[in-house]
Design a protein around this ligand. Structure first.
Ligand code: FCB
Length: 519
């Protein structure tokens, strides 16, 4: 197929999105509808840089998913109810009114999905374990049906040459523990460490890489502070308390995993956005530093140094967080490697003098709801997602250079640690196109990955020690409160019959994995 037809089919599949010369992102048209060359689209990485990019031998190309988003089988094999089952079964909560009761049915279809990952030359698969499958009410003896399921799943990955990378908690808290107060209840740190120890005992002979939490800040803030995600509580003190419990839980889990498995390495899967001050003023620079401290490295610093970074205006609200004497020692649990996600960036300004605070919605990463307000009464900054670069269909700004800035910043600040990119990706709705034999010509996703991977390669060339990259996601899946209205997969899922179709981006990513180049 020639380039013109190829772009034409992309246009059709993208529902009318305008593409620029190299099949770049939507929004490639100027104010009068004229086509804009890639170099003129803000934030675009020049083609010469993407062609130059190389990844080191042995680089671990991977993909990521989360149990609740892909598994389905929501009450099979004695699984307990999770806070996300409760959320999705509450009318009005999920956009489009769907649930994740079936999702991608990966609980049953995992051999097929791991075959596809192998076909795409993958070397790492980041998955999460559903706590209520292992302990239906959050405490006590393990449900061996759940343990055996994950044991088979891990074997399936290993047989296909995939490194099983386990996230212990990707948001699906047993509802019974929410009924005991949820993450603001400090007792959950101990329960979580017990759960992590069970996993390490039963799976630690084969899993060597563990991340206790996916995006702990989001768990605390979106779940308890502003209620955008389950369990939808809206109390800033609960947010602060939940954050501290998560810090204790992270460290206690690290110790219980290592006690149960001598092969274990423990790191993280933090959500991070590079923060740029809105102006050069001291106040805005200090606000951007507070954003970085609160949203990016709060839990990392706690683990590495046993103390919290300066995220608050004035004295830290340790009493309201429930910090007790001796907690610094408990929190201190240096990580073996540092894992974080990159999706987009933030522009941050000072909100010290603002009286109104509002939370923000969640769409893959947090978004400010009302830029006129500050975000919370403690950190007192305003964080906006700019729209200088094009937006994905999921509404996040495309800003490849943020990847370079973030990776180099973390490398500088934490003594050049071993880094795993735990997630990165983009939501576009491209679907199978009948006239091209049902293939999915998602050229915007290819270009998204090409550009931001070029920026990752540049960070590596400049000395960052990055050993893996996990694309979010292997397959389209259930996107939390946005339900099935967003698609992040390299593989298309038809939810009516669970048919998988590898998108053009998946085929491209498979070639990248085989060559270590952005072909
Ligand atoms: C990340 C989440 C993941 C998914 C992607 C789009 O922040 O970890 O579960 O929702 O965003």
């Amino acid at each position: 197929m020639d380039r013109r037809r190829f772009l034409g089919s992309s246009l059709a599949a993208a529902g009318g999105a305008v593409l620029s010369g190299r099949g770049l992102h939507a929004a490639g048209s100027g104010p009068r509808g004229e086509m804009v060359e890639p170099a003129q689209v803000p934030g675009v990485v020049p083609q010469a840089e993407t062609e130059r990019a190389r990844f080191p031998d042995g680089f671990l190309w991977g993909t990521a998913t989360a149990a609740f988003q892909v598994e389905g089988a929501w009450k099979e094999d004695d699984k307990g109810e999770s806070i996300w089952d409760r959320f999705t079964h509450t009318p009005g909560k999920v956009k489009g009114g769907t649930t994740a009761d079936v999702a991608c049915d990966q609980y049953h279809l995992y051999p097929q999905d791991m075959d596809l990952a192998k076909r795409l030359n993958q070397k790492s698969y980041r998955f999460s374990i559903s706590w209520p499958r292992i302990q239906p009410s959050g405490t006590g003896a393990p449900n061996m049906k759940g343990v055996d399921h994950y044991s088979r799943f891990v074997d399936t990955m290993l047989e296909r040459g995939l490194r099983p990378f386990c996230t212990i908690y990707h948001w699906d808290l047993p509802q019974a523990l929410e009924d005991k107060g949820g993450w603001p209840n400090r007792d959950l740190a101990g329960y979580f460490a017990d759960y992590a120890g069970i996993l390490a005992k039963h799976l630690g002979d084969r899993i060597t890489i563990w991340a206790p939490f996916n995006m702990p800040w989001t768990v605390a803030y979106m779940g308890y502070g502003v209620g955008a995600l389950a369990p939808c509580r809206t109390n800033f003190d609960d947010f602060l308390k939940a954050a501290h419990t998560l810090t204790l839980a992270q460290a206690q889990a690290l110790r219980s995993i290592k006690a149960a498995s001598s092969k274990a390495t423990v790191g993280s899967a933090y959500g991070m956005c590079p923060a740029y001050p809105k102006t050069g003023s001291d106040a805005d620079r200090a606000a951007a530093a507070r954003y970085h401290a609160m949203n990016n490295v709060f839990f990392l610093e706690a683990a590495m140094k046993g103390s919290y970074p300066k995220a608050f205006v004035g004295e830290p609200p340790f009493d309201r967080m429930g910090v007790k004497p001796g907690d610094e020692e408990i929190m201190h649990a240096p990580l073996d490697w540092v894992g974080f996600h990159y999706y987009t960036r933030r522009i941050v300004s000072d909100a010290s003098h603002v009286q109104a605070f509002s939370g923000g919605g969640f769409s893959g990463t947090e978004i400010e709801a009302d830029p006129a307000t500050g975000r919370d009464p403690y950190t007192r900054f305003r964080a906006e997602m700019p729209t200088e670069g094009p937006l994905t269909e999921s509404g996040l700004e495309v800003w490849p250079r943020g990847m370079y800035d973030l990776v180099t910043q973390i490398s500088r600040e934490y003594n050049n640690p071993m880094i795993e990119i735990t997630e990165s990706g983009c939501g576009y709705l491209d679907a199978p196109y009948e006239k091209e034999n049902g293939r999915v010509p998602d050229t915007r996703r290819i270009e998204w990955f090409r550009q931001e991977l070029a920026e990752l390669a540049r960070a590596i060339a400049d000395g960052a020690r990055v050993r893996s990259f996990h694309a979010w996601s292997l397959i389209d899946n259930f996107e939390w409160a946005n339900g099935h209205t967003e698609r992040y997969g390299l593989i298309y899922v038809d939810y009516r019959d669970q048919k998988r179709t590898v998108k053009d981006s998946g085929l491209w990513y498979g070639r990248v994995a085989a060559t270590n180049r952005l072909v």
